[in-house]
Design a protein around this ligand. Structure first.
Ligand code: FES
Length: 256
């Protein structure tokens, strides 16, 4: 396949994606992942009954290939046992789609990983372990934070140009953090604003933020920061779903 050529199946699933949307209910678990290459996001919702995936939906901020692979993987996974579904690889999906351009293979990771994450979350839910009250964690308690001071974590922002083209996450600490998030959009297309709140208090900054390219993660908090030498990824706790997922970022702003 040429590097830019899409198969008829990819085009069909892109133009008519199957199983788009969300699912609700106590028996639904969510899987979320971010693409380390492009920073796009994928969400999978699975409803498991008697060990089988009875229903499945997806939502993505990804490209056409991400949409096509997610659509195909929902078709592959529906009706399978969770043990069978967790084994579906990005190569299986690419094969079912009659191939993907090599430069787009990273997009197929997104769907396969989001499905695995959803199944993993389902399996976690089945364990009787008592739930931690992670909602009360303070920024100082973020795991791994001390390891990345001056290596991707910022408590002050003086030079916004430092964040040029960096995937930057900023923790909600009121109006100042919103202002910085908005200013950052002039320097990087990937700004993620993380707030524990279900809604942001009304105000002009909030309206600006909502209308901007900043992605707002409501009811969320950072549990852990990881990377080799500098910040590479964070584990996010979705307080609403009580689930965890990973996002790839280069910088995290936690104002003091
Ligand atoms: Fe981001 Fe394809 S370019 S998922």
């Amino acid at each position: 396949m040429k590097s830019t050529q899409y198969s008829d199946k990819v085009l069909d699933h892109f133009k008519n994606p199957r199983n788009v949307g969300t699912l609700e209910g106590d028996d639904v678990t969510v899987g979320r992942v971010g693409n380390p290459v492009c920073g796009d996001l994928m969400e999978f919702y699975v409803k498991v009954k008697d060990g089988r995936i009875e229903d499945i939906k997806f939502k993505t901020f990804g490209c056409g290939s991400a949409i096509a692979t997610a659509s195909m993987i929902t078709e592959l996974a529906k009706g399978k046992t969770i043990d069978e579904a967790i084994k579906i690889t990005r190569q299986d999906v690419a094969d079912e789609l009659d191939g993907l351009p090599p430069i787009k293979m990273h997009c197929s990771n997104l769907a396969a990983d989001a499905l695995k994450n959803a199944i993993k979350n389902y399996q976690e839910k089945q364990k009787p372990a008592p739930k931690e009250d992670a909602g009360s964690a303070e920024p100082g308690e973020i795991l791994g934070m001390k390891n990345f001071e001056d290596r991707g974590i910022f408590h002050e922002v003086t030079d916004l140009a430092k964040f040029a083209d960096k995937r930057t996450m900023i923790l909600d600490s009121g109006e100042r953090s919103m202002e910085i998030a908005l200013h950052l959009t002039k320097h990087t297309p990937r700004v993620i604003f993380v707030t524990k709140n279900k809604q942001l208090p009304s105000g002009s900054k909030v309206e600006e933020l909502k209308a901007s390219t900043v992605r707002i993660l409501y009811e969320s908090e950072i549990l852990e920061i990881n990377g080799l030498n500098t910040v590479e990824k964070v584990t996010i706790h979705d307080l609403n779903e009580d689930e965890e997922y990973e996002l790839f970022v280069d910088s995290i702003i936690i104002l003091r």
